[in-house]
Design a protein around this ligand. Sequence first.
Ligand code: MN
Length: 296
Amino acid sequence: MTIGFRIGAATDVGAQRDINQDSYSVASGIAVVADGMGGHRGGEVASSLAAQEMVSRFAQPDLALLVESVEYANRRILDAAAANPLLHGMGTTVVALGLIEVPDGVSLGAINVGDSRMYRLTGVVLEQLTEDHSLVEALVREGRLTPEQAEVHPQRNIVTRALGVVEHVEVDSFHFIPKLGDRYLLCSDGLFNEVGAQEIATILATYEDPQETADALVVAANAGGGRDNITTVVVDIVDADKSEMPAAPAALASNASIEAASPSAPDLSDDAVALDTPHPVEEPATGEKQRWSWRR
Ligand code: MN
């Protein structure tokens, strides 16, 4: 058996913004989402530099290289901003998941800087794997805001870490055990600020095809208001010997419908998807922070 990725990806400007400053990039063993910020075209340039650099440098996969790639992308963004006054002050988040080589086979490595997120769906349990580097997340940690207040806080878009800001960027890195059937989601805040964890879990569990899933998440975010750019990358852990991989990300189907679930999708309509209150999980080795589960 060979562990591989089957990937679906979508990005959309959303319902209210004029330009899309999010970027994603995927290849056979890596997926990256970046959410850019900055005037003129700065945000677009920063996020696309980050996404492309991360993928193009991921030739000999290991976790240290993934972290190095973030540092290299940071350098590229700082240099590009220094060379062009119009790009001054641009920055970007980055979150990435890659297949890495370990002594006994392959494993999963991940990195995060900023407030884009990575989740994992195992069965019907959704876990948030990354911690936001944002002002509101810091205030929640200090007990000064509740998670509910953070969700609607006017300054929830302020990040406390990003690429393109300082010479040496602090990178969170993670190691996960690949399990067949696990589904990972990388996304920008334009998804989870519009779509609750319960609905994200439902969509991830409903669609079989990763591209349909990525598209359906974008549709849900637009239905929720679409106030920001939306990017979703769905990575299924598959046996590469048995499946075509990677699934090439298709163009966004803008008329995709949430109701048009795949016929093979499990019927979840009987589930009362009341979510547990998010609570911390003491698993620092895997970086897992919050866990939601469905209650029947
Ligand atoms: Mn955003």
